[in-house]
Design a protein around this ligand. Structure first.
Ligand SMILES: C[S@@+](CC[C@H](N)C(=O)[O-])C[C@H]1O[C@@H](n2cnc3c(N)ncnc32)[C@H](O)[C@@H]1O
Length: 255
């Protein structure tokens, strides 16, 4: 099927790793269920995947142009309704069997996945499911070339510790968007560190996990003051951010 959409959503459509992960997660949902919500539907591609398995799909998209395209793309499907709205302002009236919400970014800081799901999952049946199901974040010490918060897009950095999992949560749970952790990271060589690298793995269901793909989960690089380290030094860092409030909410300092 050919999808008409915005340049951003077209790049998302070209990311085969991301799309096939969602496709296979939806494929496992193989019986005839009542209702699915597709939150942040963009071009409508995930609603298209859902259309064989659900009697009704409500696809909600905040961006007017994208929602107009999704409505046109999906006009042949009588079981899909496309709504142009902020999910946080949408008047949900029915409980769903499944919520699909791809508002993903590294550590869920810059997109609204957490506030949107904290609100929308009130409209999920007791045995309902969410795709994705869980998020796993790892962190490591690095030496960065650039001294501002940025995503790893062809930039150089040198790793100074093994990655450790510092946060893991199930999206069915109520999640406090205000994240705070005291990290303890062991340097694995001598040199100068000046930052952290965060990597996110998205668990779509019990059987499927996706790390970085062209449009998903690029490593996030966060500066720290410069510090000289020796192999096996333990470096303690306080990391804070608010999920859904953007990378401006990130604070990091030695403690
Ligand atoms: C990463 S894109 C995913 C698009 C599409 N689901 C796909 O997989 O190709 C996230 C989408 O969520 C939409 N979005 C972000 N916040 C939203 C909100 N509060 N309510 C509705 N849509 C939102 C964005 O406009 C964007 O189209």
């Amino acid at each position: 099927m050919k999808f008409k959409t915005t340049p951003y959503h077209s790049d998302l459509l070209k990311d085969n790793d991301r799309l096939s992960a969602f496709y296979h997660a939806i494929l496992e949902y193989d019986s005839n269920h009542d209702l699915a919500y597709d939150l942040g539907c963009g071009s409508g591609v995930l609603s298209y995947f859902l259309s064989d398995y659900f009697k009704e799909i409500i696809a909600i998209e905040i961006d007017k142009k994208a929602s107009d395209c999704a409505r046109e793309n999906l006009s042949g499907f009588s079981n899909i309704e496309v709504v142009n709205s902020d999910v946080l302002e949408y008047n949900f009236t029915k409980k769903a069997d499944l919520i699909v919400c791809e508002m993903l970014d590294t550590a869920l800081i810059d997109e609204e996945e957490v506030p949107v799901l904290n609100y929308a999952k009130k409209f999920l049946k007791e045995d309902g499911k969410i795709i994705p199901q869980a998020i796993i974040n790892t962190v490591e010490l690095v030496n960065l070339e650039r001294h501002y918060i940025h995503w790893d897009e062809d930039v150089n950095y040198e790793e100074f510790s093994k990655p450790i999992v510092y946060s893991e949560f199930n999206l069915l749970d109520d999640i406090n968007p205000e994240f705070e952790a005291d990290l303890s990271l062991k340097a694995n060589k001598n040199g100068i560190i000046n930052g952290l690298k965060i990597t996110t793995y998205t668990k779509l269901n019990d059987n499927l996990i996706i790390g970085q793909s062209p449009m998903l989960n690029p490593p996030l690089l966060i500066p720290l003051d410069e510090k000289s380290v020796k192999v096996n030094d333990l470096i303690n860092v306080k990391l804070k951010y608010i999920m859904g409030k953007g990378i401006e909410s990130i604070q990091s300092e030695y403690c």
